[in-house]
Design a protein around this ligand. Structure first.
Ligand code: B12
Ligand code: SF4
Length: 475
């Protein structure tokens, strides 16, 4: 069958941070599995190419597919529906299938409100989508496919859940040739990678239960690991394909320290030289593992620091302390990781202005951290804080299910979203304009071939550091 898979844009003029920066890896996994079964696949990453709806539809019409799959995260859901409706108008017989986080958590309302959507694939989709396509091809009964939802006699029907893929090594690697564009990770308008960039994963799932994160519900806290050998074989292949930089997008990459060390050992043995990006928890930042990771090319690591207030960390269900964050940053510095980013979340309903300020002061003084990423706590379906808000009557799901909302606009809170955003703008300006920060980062950049290469890439692409600096400093 001919199948088009679409990663929609947000449809908003102002781009969400990083929206176009990283490839839609889920679609590339699905595409690889469907292709192996003989189907013909076209992927449109509209988050990247940002075409207007009519142009996307034109592209789809040219392919004349029997099935169109739409990836729906909360920020891209409404645009996904717009694109799907326009496609259905032009190709009425096409089957429209929605998947990914937002579709999985809202399938019932989605299928009730939007008759143009025929099926929702719930959760991990490679084999479920394949089975659904087979059933559609043979005019079989959809109810035999596990892990989907659809309308039947005016009712939304959900089939029994599909078990998770236990052996991730059996999956074919994601087919990155399905994307026409070259990706360079992008940060606030400047290129953030030294060369050709892609993402990959070494595991799926997370056993933790942070209340602001949908990964635990999506993976039902079940973790599955790829073997280090399979991970390294994929990286060797990527190097052979000319990739220079790889970002790991696992839910919880550093969970098993010994497995990480094994991956690093194998990368070293094979002489693989890629620049690597990773995300991790501060309680999984062992110095020995980080040392090995830095030695095999880990250049950038994001740590979820979240807050300097234990009260707020406990509210988030994060199970860490500010002291652990300090230690993780120290360990990264000692291990020689070049870019250490602390990711923070402010705007918990229980957080006062003073709490937020204390977190800013903490970030300003966090030794070893190169840059902070300060986020406002947003709620979307699938998160515990979303479910709690609905249960406690702070949020009417019937009206709100299609969008994300700042927690302070939902729960009774001390602060308003606009004030938080203003505080964050001022914080960035203060952070960046400190002479100590500027001097240290300048020195680090002058000593780092990697950073200099990124600057060169930006000069070649004529991006504007000035505009980014102005945006970050509000000036
Ligand atoms: C990499 C990443 C990004 C990248 C790229 C996103 C992309 N194009 O996939 C960047 C940096 C751009 C990004 C940005 C944002 N992200 Co993000 N991101 C991730 C991350 C870490 C990994 C995604 C990934 O590649 N996973 C690996 C693949 C294999 O899994 P997958 O995408 O889930 O795909 C599987 C299924 O979902 C399903 N599926 C996926 N697509 C489709 C389509 C169809 C048709 C079907 C049937 C099935 C299906 O099948 C796939 C294979 O099993 C996830 C968290 C996570 N660990 O998953 C968060 C996550 C997806 N991001 C999230 C958020 C909130 C954001 C931002 C809003 C952050 C921000 N404030 O700016 C933006 C929004 C960008 C946008 N345009 O929507 C949330 C989404 C929550 C939600 N309810 O939608 C997540 C889940 C993180 C979280 N903790 O909650 N993100
Ligand atoms: S924030 Fe990280 S550790 Fe917490 S549940 Fe999400 S993926 Fe797991």
């Amino acid at each position: 069958m001919k199948i088009v898979l679409i990663n929609p844009d947000t449809g908003r003029a102002e781009r969400i941070e990083n929206e176009a920066a990283w490839p839609p890896l889920g679609l590339l996994y699905i595409g690889a599995v469907l292709q192996n079964a003989g189907h013909e696949i076209k992927v449109i990453d509209n988050a990247r190419v940002q075409l207007p709806v009519e142009k996307v539809v034109e592209g789809v019409k040219r392919e004349d597919p029997e099935v169109v799959g739409i990836s729906a995260l909360t920020p891209t859901f409404k645009q996904g529906v717009k694109i799907a409706s326009a496609i259905k108008t032009e190709i009425p017989d096409v089957k429209i299938v929605f998947g990914n986080y937002h579709a999985t958590f809202t399938y019932e309302r989605l299928l009730t409100k939007y008759p143009i959507v025929d099926y929702v694939v719930l959760g991990e989709a490679e084999y479920t989508f394949l089975e659904l396509v087979d059933v559609l091809e043979k005019n079989g009964e959809a109810k035999r496919v596990k892990g989907i939802a659809f309308r039947h006699d005016g009712e939304v029907v959900k089939t029994p859940p599909k078990p998770f893929i236990q052996n991730l090594d059996e999956l074919p690697p994601p087919d990155r040739t399905l994307l026409e564009q070259v990706y360079h990770s992008e940060l606030v308008g400047v290129l953030g990678s030294s060369g050709k960039f892609t993402t990959m994963l070494t595991s799926r799932g997370c056993p933790y239960n942070c209340r602001y994160c949908a990964c635990s519900a999506f993976s039902q806290r079940k973790v599955r690991f790829r073997s280090p050998e399979a991970v390294v074989a994929e990286m060797e292949h990527l190097q052979g394909e000319g990739y220079e930089e790889v970002g790991f997008v696992d839910d919880n990459l550093l969970l098993d320290r010994h497995r990480m060390e094994k991956i690093c050992d194998l990368l070293r043995e094979k002489g693989i030289k890629l620049n690597l990006w990773a995300e991790g928890r501060v309680d999984q930042a062992s110095r020995e593992m980080l040392r090995k990771f830095a030695r095999v090319g880990c250049k950038t690591i994001y740590f979820g620091v979240e807050s300097s207030s234990q009260k707020v960390l406990d509210y988030y269900g994060k199970n860490i302390s500010p002291e652990l964050s300090r230690k993780a940053m120290r360990n990264c510095k000692e291990a020689g990781i070049e870019n250490v980013i602390g990711s923070f979340i402010v705007g918990a309903p229980i957080e006062t202005r003073e709490d937020v300020r204390r977190t800013f002061v903490f970030a300003l003084n966090l030794k070893g951290m190169d840059f902070p990423q300060m986020n406002v706590l947003m709620l979307s379906p699938g998160m515990d804080l979303w479910d709690t808000a609905a249960r406690e009557g702070h949020l009417d799901e019937e009206k709100c299910w299609e969008e994300a909302f700042a927690a302070v606009s939902v729960y009774p809170s001390y602060l308003k979203e606009e004030e938080l955003c203003r505080m964050i703008d001022r914080f960035y300006a203060e952070f960046i304009k400190r002479p100590t920060f500027l001097t240290l980062q300048l020195l680090k950049t002058m000593r780092s071939k990697y950073r200099l290469k990124i600057i060169l890439a930006n000069l070649r692409a004529r991006t504007s550091f000035k505009a980014t600096f102005r945006q970050l400093t509000g000036g």
